[in-house]
Design a protein around this ligand. Structure first.
Ligand SMILES: Nc1ncnc2c1ncn2[C@@H]1O[C@H](COP(=O)(O)OP(=O)(O)O)[C@@H](O)[C@H]1O
Ligand SMILES: [Mg+2]
Length: 340
């Protein structure tokens, strides 16, 4: 388990003091894939570099399996770091070394006997599916293949944790998909905790169990991916989900004078996304429901439907309809209320 407690990080430059992280508190369970999403400059890289103490926190604790890393001596810290692999947006490979030697690098640093190095690198080449490329130099590889080398290198010393800083941000969508599948597979096969830094919501959706949203150095929201996708609570999370959740068209926002209507957002999660709840509601309650827009997404095997519905009728029946939805396990939010 990783516990980040009251973490602050500021940089002092010639001209100013930059508060990159402010009072960050996070708990990441063993075996979890935890996403940290934010715009450029939000503090994501600072956060991930504080987790393995590549950056020294200004204050706060980084506790991994009960040990506060900020209190360790250099030699102890090196031991802990050996069990934390890292992958980067621009791969950070040694350009003058072959694929094999790149992957062997952390093993040789750890003074692993050469016969074991040979064996482990071959295992890793199998895992990332690069056996045929073992004697090739990074310049002869595609972006996706380079990242596979990066992943194999991160796995070399049997890490408990992998930190991934924008690992797919330099890759095209198809390659991104295959790298995300590989990371997911590694998480399931080896139970490795993965912290995924990204600015892309589709990465979180595809890969992560939990997510924290970072804005200007502050965590503005965190929770399970299913909860945040079905019910984003802050304007930042809504912004990230913009392409995925139904938006109220502008002209509807402007058209205001019907006093017997209400527009709601309804999020159907899991079972409720599969049941004919709206048609039951219409049978039980004297309202009209006009579906303005919506989508159904499948996230990690869970169905999440997001609909914008215009309810028309008397005030009483509109309120009953919303109550009916709430009681059926649908999350509702009133977007536009004209009911007097
Ligand atoms: N070494 C540094 N010195 C001074 N300021 C820095 C340094 N590294 C990052 N920053 C500043 O800290 C803030 C967060 O940066 P960073 O963690 O790289 O964000 P992200 O990875 O989300 O883009 C930014 O304002 C950035 O300019
Ligand atoms: Mg960054």
């Amino acid at each position: 388990m990783i516990e980040i407690r009251n973490l602050n990080k500021s940089y002092i430059t010639q001209h100013a003091r930059v508060e990159a992280l402010r009072n960050i508190n996070l708990t990441i369970q063993k075996g979890e894939i935890f996403g940290i999403i934010g715009l450029s400059g939000a503090g994501k890289s600072s956060l991930v570099r504080c987790i393995n103490l590549l950056e020294t926190p200004t204050s706060g604790e980084i506790v991994i399996d009960g040990k506060d890393l900020t209190q360790l001596k250099q030699a102890q810290l090196r031991e802990v770091r050996r069990k934390i692999g890292m992958i980067f947006q621009h791969f950070n490979l040694l350009m003058n070394s072959t694929v094999f030697d790149n992957i062997a690098f952390p093993l040789r640093i750890a003074k692993t006997p050469e016969t074991e190095v040979q064996k482990r690198v071959h295992e890793l080449l199998e895992i990332v599916d690069l056996i045929e490329k073992k004697n090739v130099y990074p310049s002869q590889l595609s972006g996706g293949q380079k990242q596979r080398v990066g992943i194999a290198r991160a796995l070399a010393n049997h890490p408990d944790i992998i930190l991934s800083d924008e690992a797919t941000s330099a890759l095209d969508p198809t390659t991104t998909e295959s790298i995300l599948n590989l990371l997911k597979d590694i998480n399931t096969r080896f139970g490795i905790t993965i912290i995924v830094i990204t600015h892309e919501m589709p990465v979180v959706k595809k890969l992560c169990h939990k997510v924290a949203i970072l804005e200007n150095g502050i965590i503005v929201e965190q929770g399970s991916v299913i909860d945040i996708f079905s019910d984003p609570g802050t304007s930042t999370s809504k912004k990230f989900l913009k392409d995925m959740i139904a938006e109220l068209p502008d002209h509807i926002l402007l058209d205001d004078d019907n006093h017997h209507e209400e527009i709601i957002r309804a999020a159907f999660i899991g079972k409720s996304a599969e049941e004919p709840i709206i048609s039951h509601m219409l049978k039980c309650i004297d309202v009209d429901a006009n579906i303005l827009t919506g989508s159904i997404e499948s996230i990690q095997g869970y169905q999440i439907g997001n609909l914008l519905i215009k309810l028309s009728g008397s005030r009483e029946s509109i309120l009953s309809a919303i109550r009916f939805l709430d009681q059926s396990g649908v999350r509702t939010e009133v977007l536009k209320n004209n009911v007097e």
